[in-house]
Design a protein around this ligand. Structure first.
Ligand code: AMP
Length: 416
């Protein structure tokens, strides 16, 4: 197994990642870093979230940035503002000891004028969501003529979310000469292949894990029930998993909000995350979730994109997603960095055939579990140091911050 010190990375980067606790390169880093350091090539990385791909492209990128030149040298496109902020945070952490490198996030739903001010500081790296970046290009106030590296992260998700036109416009606009492009994607649908064919030359291809495979560290389990019993089953599962720390995925914003409201009313430590919440509310929820003062995040797929929260114990599919690839993305949020994870799905009889199809894609059998009965003793919830049965109709003291969040929940300023 290679070491980070084998790659010839800048000692300032090595010092920073050592402090972050990166001891050995993850498989995608082992395969990617030497290639990208050696020469400027077009590159395709087929990798799930949680495989360490940000450092795989981020470390060679930071190694190559000329910190003495104050111009935009690299552009990273990603689907959501959460991922945009996370990539920015990760790159800033890696570049901690090269303070001359400026990294600026650019995303929708925040003031464009404030972002123009950040860009006036002349960062070398911009991390952006496609809609806002195209808007900036149209306003013609940022010089992109020195961009040498374009990175498309979670390309499949960007196109799934309908950003095809924006991505095309951005790729067309960037300099053609001396530019190389990298693309990372968990899956390779034909729309992503089309980008490869149109904008990349002889890309080096690296795959981690099998194409479209489910994370090997995840146990896939399903519960079968009548649709009307879904919520009751959800509560039973949570009651029987007191140390649960996870995300409950719902199909719509409305359902997400309803389930979160119900859980809070029933005394659980939960909050909603979806696109109708203001950015401040979403940041607040994520802040609590990261610190683990919030145990259960009830989220839509779009809002949860790019969330990198370590050590999630469970992913719960309150409903199976329509699109099987979405299942792969959801389940990939647990079982990261060598930890085991559990992905639970609540399904009704008619959805049984869908399980068969997902099994084929993830390449692993699902286990059918028995729904816990209501008669056995329920263990107490983590962090709720009260006898079982102490019912807080309004969520209990520890949940008050989240109730506040819920009150103004339909503020329209958010994108997606
Ligand atoms: P990513 O797929 O980039 O979101 O990374 C998943 C998680 O793994 C992040 O929390 C990273 O900080 C962490 N990580 C990345 N590379 C390493 C490494 N070599 N050793 C330990 N953790 C890592």
């Amino acid at each position: 197994m290679s070491q980070f010190t084998d790659f010839g990375l800048n000692p300032a980067l090595l010092k920073a990642i050592k402090e972050l606790g990166f001891e050995n390169p993850m498989p995608i880093q082992e395969k990617t870093i030497p290639v990208l350091l050696e020469k400027d090539v077009d590159f395709v990385g087929l990798a799930q979230t949680g495989t360490g791909k940000t450092a795989a492209f981020g470390l060679p990128l930071l190694n190559k940035i000329d910190e003495t030149q104050r111009c935009v040298q690299a552009l990273i496109l990603c689907p959501t503002r959460e991922l945009c902020m996370q990539i920015t945070r990760d790159l800033r952490n890696y570049a901690k000891y090269i303070p001359e490198i400026l990294i600026v996030p650019v995303y929708g739903g925040a003031s464009i004028e404030v972002q123009f001010k950040d860009l006036a500081k002349k960062p070398q790296i911009i991390v952006a969501t496609p809609g806002r970046l195209r808007d900036m290009i149209r306003r013609n106030r940022v010089d992109f003529s020195n961009v040498k590296t374009m990175i498309l992260d979670e390309a499949d998700e960007m196109l799934n979310m309908g950003f095809q036109e924006e991505v095309d416009d951005i790729l067309e606009y960037m300099p053609k000469e001396g530019r190389h492009t990298m693309l990372f994607s968990a899956t390779m649908p034909k729309e992503v292949e089309a980008i490869l064919n149109k904008y990349m030359t002889d890309p080096v291809k690296v795959a981690v894990g099998e194409r479209n495979s489910g994370t090997a560290n995840v146990d896939h389990i399903y519960y079968m029930m009548a649709a009307k019993d879904r919520y009751m089953v959800l509560k039973r599962i949570i009651d029987y998993t007191p140390a649960i720390y996870g995300i409950i995925f719902c199909r719509t914003k409305l359902e997400t909000q309803e389930i979160a409201d119900n859980l809070i009313q029933d005394g659980y430590n939960a909050a909603a995350l979806h696109g109708d919440l203001s950015q401040a509310m979403r940041d607040n929820v994520m802040d609590h979730f990261r610190k683990r003062s919030l145990q259960l995040l009830v989220a839509t797929d779009v809002a949860a994109r790019g969330i990198d929260v370590k050590e999630l114990t469970h992913i719960i599919n309150y409903n199976l997603p329509d699109d099987i690839e979405t299942y792969v993305h959801r389940s990939g949020r647990t079982g990261r960095a060598d930890k085991r994870g559990i992905c639970l799905s609540l399904i009704n009889l008619r959805e049984k055939s869908k399980i068969k199809r997902i099994e084929k894609i993830v390449g692993r059998p699902f286990e059918k579990a028995m729904i816990p009965t209501g008669f056995a003793r329920h263990p107490p919830q983590v962090g709720v140091d009260e006898p079982r049965g102490t019912h807080h109709p309004h969520g209990g003291p520890q949940l008050q911050p989240f109730l506040g969040l819920l009150q103004g929940r339909y503020r329209p300023e958010c994108q997606r």
